[in-house]
Design a protein around this ligand. Structure first.
Ligand code: NDP
Length: 449
């Protein structure tokens, strides 16, 4: 990663001091700061009035107890978080993550990233993130419902369609959004559709929201490939994860003629050279909620299961990490480059470590950073809010068309900004700079708040 500008060094040192031990947050802040030195040189006024210091400090952070009763009648306690990073561009917007690894530092990294991602979409949404260290794995339907209701019983007072609008993330899909929306409605006595996104189609949701992050990531990579006269047709692709983002990434790649040969969960990965059977994968993950090893068992003649292995050892033309942060390290990146990878698109948030990103860039691999590549999810959430506000609902085709246009615009915004700042092809710099400028201009207009 490039060194920091001398004006930004003390700001970063202060971030380290004030947020001790929050490693993912440090990583996310450093990555953005390392891109914006040139912007500050060109527009020193963007650093006035402690604008960058304010950007690195969340507007508010809420931490709360979530007590709930398990199926054995025992009281369980989890911790809930909502970090509202920046509302210069619109109401706070960002997902909720339920995973045992969740802590304040992880939620802060995600909220910080979200601020720039949301700015890049060009839509009127600020940045936030939340969640809990609750582990949904192995929990019954009723336990999930009781947890979601307890979580919302505290969080509801901080939300509102003009204030803060959560959505899903790891461990939070349409089922959990439903239970939380139900509890919000019950407590507030308002059918306020615009308070949560990722809702079901019959109760205020939008077509394409479920597919949006994955489809959008593929649209972004498609645009990157186009700059070199390439496309997905006939390409071998490896997608990590097998959750919401991974499944719809695989679906769109297959529609565009690519062959996805491997996917994973946190226990291991499967490889099937003729291509993953998506209907079977959906059945296992979305309906039966089982492990990826079940896929290999059911396809034992054609698929191999590698427990705990590195999915990035599988040779491919295109790699799309769609599971979690820091899941692709420098060693994985070197292996992918040796095996001839031509493009990497981050479906997850910050899945590639800083050294992995550097290796891809030095090898001239097309690299799409998560804050641009996976922005289709939140952009479609903003489309859901638009439909809720106008009591309207659009067709699948119309909504997908809008998503495709937004992703093309995000791609072009990143590419043009990188070019303008003398780093053609550097989508990391392009995304960070373009996102920063939009937030900074709004913050300046709103004064010191
Ligand atoms: P899901 O919970 O639907 O799926 C997550 C997948 O990643 C699962 O296959 C899970 O495996 C795997 N995974 C999670 N944690 C780990 C881990 N520590 N190690 C290995 N594998 C892991 O989540 P999503 O698909 O919604 O989210 C995936 C990524 O995309 C996250 O980084 C999220 O922040 C990002 N994202 C999501 C958006 C959305 O709209 N949903 C929008 C933008 C970004 P297992 O089941 O074994 O845990």
């Amino acid at each position: 990663m490039s060194p920091l500008d001398e004006k930004l060094e003390p700001i970063y040192a202060e971030v380290l001091r004030r947020n001790a031990g929050e490693l993912e947050f440090h990583q996310a802040v450093r990555e953005v700061l390392s891109s914006i030195g040139l912007v500050i040189a060109k527009h020193p006024d963007y650093a006035d009035q402690a604008l960058i210091e304010r950007l690195c400090e969340p507007e508010r952070q809420i931490i709360f107890r979530v007590p709930w009763i398990d199926d054995k009648g025992q009281v369980q306690i989890n911790r809930g978080f909502r970090v509202c990073f920046n509302s210069a561009l619109g109401p706070y917007k960002g997902g909720l993550r339920f995973h045992p690894s969740v802590n304040l530092g992880i939620i802060k990294f995600l909220g910080f990233e979200q601020t720039f991602k949301n700015a890049l979409t060009g839509m009127p949404i600020g940045g936030a993130k939340g969640g809990s260290d609750f582990d949904p794995k192995g929990r019954s339907e009723m336990e999930i419902m009781r947890f979601c209701q307890s979580f919302m019983t505290e969080l509801y007072r901080h939300l509102g369609e003009y204030t803060d609008v959560p959505a899903g993330d790891i461990g939070v899909g349409q089922r959990e959004i439903g239970y939380m929306f139900g509890q919000y409605k019950r407590i507030t006595n308002r059918y306020e559709s615009g308070v949560l996104t990722g809702k079901g189609l019959t109760w205020g949701g939008s077509q394409v929201r479920k597919e949006a992050t994955g489809y959008g990531a593929v649209f972004f990579v498609e645009q990157m490939l186009k700059t070199r006269g390439l496309d997905f047709e006939g390409k071998k692709v490896v997608v990590s994860g097998s959750g919401n983002v991974a499944i719809y990434t695989i679906e769109k790649i297959q529609e565009l003629g690519g062959r996805v040969i491997a996917c994973s969960d946190s226990d291991g990965y499967v490889v099937e050279e003729s291509g993953i059977d998506l209907d079977l994968l959906k059945e296992i993950k979305e309906v039966r909620r089982e492990r990826i090893s079940t896929y290999a068992k059911l396809r034992k003649d054609t698929a191999d299961y590698v427990p705990k292995g590195r999915i990035w050892d599988v040779p491919c033309d295109i790699a799309m990490p769609c599971a979690t942060q820091n899941e692709l390290n420098g060693g994985d990146a070197r292996k992918l480059v040796q095996n001839g990878v031509i493009a990497v698109g981050e479906g997850a948030n910050m899945p590639c470590t800083p050294d992995a990103v550097q290796i891809f860039q030095e090898a001239n691999v097309l690299f799409g950073p998560g804050k641009a590549t996976n922005a289709g999810g939140v952009a479609t959430s903003a489309l859901e809010m638009q439909q809720n506000a106008s009591r309207d609902s659009w067709t699948f085709e119309e909504t997908e068309q809008r998503l495709a246009t937004i992703m093309r615009q995000i791609h072009d915004r990143c590419a043009e900004t990188a070019e303008e700042y003398g780093m053609p092809g550097n989508y990391v710099a392009g995304a960070n700079i373009a996102g920063f400028i939009r937030v900074a201009e709004a913050m300046r207009a709103l004064g010191v708040i």
